[in-house]
Design a protein around this ligand. Sequence first.
Ligand code: FE2
Length: 239
Amino acid sequence: MNKREFLKTSLIGSLGLMSIPALGRNKINLFKIPKEFKLPELPYAYDALEPYIDKETMEIHYTKHHAGYTDKFNAALHEAGIDAENVRSILQEASKYNAAIVNNGGGFFNHRLYWKCLSPNGGGAPTGNAASLINRDFGSFEKFREEFSSAAKTLFGSGWTWLINQNGILKIVTTSNQDNPFMDTLPSEQQGFPVLCLDVWEHAYYLKYQNRRADYVEAFWNIVNWETVNNKLKKSTES
Ligand code: FE2
């Protein structure tokens, strides 16, 4: 073995020895993976809601914004040493948690519901229980749609428009930022069980609609998933 071969062999041997403790640490970490909230799978392709919501907006909204809230929510929980059971119970006791947990937990929950409230096969008039309850509490679907749209168009800044079940009555409310009607930190008149939501943050529409939020709100009615609204209405009476 000449000098060059000796050095080469020695270097490989040293690297081999160094890799053992490194592998050991990785194995240990595998057993310490904390419980995490997962980014839910998008129930349709990024371009499925075209032309009402464009592919690029959907992809960025889901892979950047929703994924970001999910990661930050998990990080905030880990930092506080909280092993949470479900996000809804955290929102319902928002007053007990810090701002990072509440804001990112809201972002995680709100977008998860938002994706379910949209469908390439959606739109049209509501069906089933949603239809009868909307007629009962708003007079007609047209009046409900007008009121919901107006609330979404006039909400100042970033936030959400909701249809909630508030003690058996359907009501339209708006919240700022990533607040959610489940949160106990909201005034009681804004609290309830959310059954439909619309994201009116600029990131939800700006690429396609720029400053024309009203056009985005009107487009929303072509892709509303009334099946989700009926499912949520059912759940709202069970809890
Ligand atoms: Fe959003």
